[in-house]
Design a protein around this ligand. Structure first.
Ligand SMILES: O=C(O)CCC(=O)C(=O)O
Ligand SMILES: [Fe+2]
Length: 330
């Protein structure tokens, strides 16, 4: 358990403008340098100038509000219990992101790449691969989520290119793992924070993300807290028009620890309103093995991990985070 202590105001999470990076190599070099620094310092940065339609973004938050406003019965109809692939709805208390702490005070709905049961990856039993669960009574919901997921995949591919450049590799370094990338999109709703937090109840307990990069959309409400290099917790205040990007354990492994998949947590700062966010977990192909970047020196701590595929690693982490919540909660 990581006991809760109040955060400081954000001052160390930079905003990186991507506008020029879609057209100019020089702008890519500049952005890669800023990404390098951010990934060493906190593992977090905002991106602006990302080119994603603000209407698509607004509609995505609206879709999240519509989903969670449904009856409990409608939400349970797409319960994660019906999916062996980590898709669907889970209620408050279903997940423990900080082992030893109280369960997370959040509810969520997740999709990933929608694969038919006869897709070769599903037939081969590759962890996490399969069909999505879709709510029956929300017209347009599926189309919206798939459009948003498509935009996240485009942005994720671009960011992986910049991350490769940030450690002196080519923009195209990850091409072999980016043909059919994975992208989980998770709608999150954090009810108002329980005032009695004696047993460390948080919206999401302190954790680092498991995959490559997370692209986070926040509604206007503060809540995301990030631990900086000095060990202080700082608030990642929502900035309109941006996404918060953080690197996960796959990129930490890629750099053999030069970049850190940093601890973060959520505590809804509004006493009487829910906070909504959308976390998109961008990931290389399921069977990709994330080796060490040739430009980063080896570190023995990471050598033992090298044999797991992306999907095996994420599946292990997911299992652990739900096992901690007990089998009786969904
Ligand atoms: O909701 C947020 O602000 C962050 C969510 C998060 O860290 C996660 O889902 O991994
Ligand atoms: Fe996270």
């Amino acid at each position: 358990m990581i006991p809760y202590t109040p955060p400081r105001a954000a001052k160390d999470i930079p905003v990186i403008d991507l506008t020029g990076t879609f057209v100019s190599d020089d702008a890519r070099e500049d952005a890669a340098r800023l990404i390098h620094r951010a990934c060493r310092e906190t593992g977090f940065f905002y991106v602006s100038g990302h080119g994603i339609d603000p209407l698509l973004v607004e509609s995505q938050l609206a879709a999240a509000r519509r989903f969670f406003a449904q009856s409990d019965e409608a939400k349970q109809a797409v319960s994660k219990a019906h999916s062996p692939h980590w898709r669907g709805y889970e209620g408050v208390g279903a997940q423990v992101l900080d082992a030893g702490s109280a369960a997370d005070h959040k509810e969520s709905f997740a999709i990933a790449i929608d694969l038919a049961e006869d897709d070769p990856l599903v037939v081969a039993g590759v962890p996490g691969q399969g069909p999505n669960l879709w709510p029956e009574h929300l017209p347009g919901f599926r189309e919206q989520l798939l459009a948003y997921q498509g935009a996240m995949i485009d942005l994720g591919r671009h960011l992986m290119g910049l991350i490769a450049m940030s450690v002196d590799l080519d923009y195209g370094y990850f091409a072999a793992g980016l043909d059919q990338p994975q992208c989980g999109v998770r709608l999150l709703r954090y009810p108002p924070q329980p005032q009695d937090s004696a047993d460390n109840v948080l919206g999401a307990g302190a954790h680092s993300d498991w995959g490559s990069i997370t692209i986070l959309l926040q509604d206007g409400k503060a809540g995301l807290e990030v631990r900086n290099a000095a060990g202080d917790w700082i608030l990642a205040t929502p900035i309109p028009g941006t996404f918060v990007i953080n690197i996960g354990q796959m990129v930490e492994r890629f750099t053999a620890g030069i970049y850190r998949a940093n601890l973060h947590r959520v505590r809804n700062g509004s006493p009487d309103a829910a906070r909504y966010s959308i976390a998109s977990f961008f990931e290389l192909e399921p069977l990709y093995r994330m080796g060490r970047a040739p430009s980063c020196p080896p570190d023995r701590a990471y050598e033992a991990l090298a044999d797991l595929t992306v999907s095996e690693h994420i599946d292990q982490m997911a299992r652990a985070s739900y096992a901690d919540a007990g089998a009786d909660q969904q």
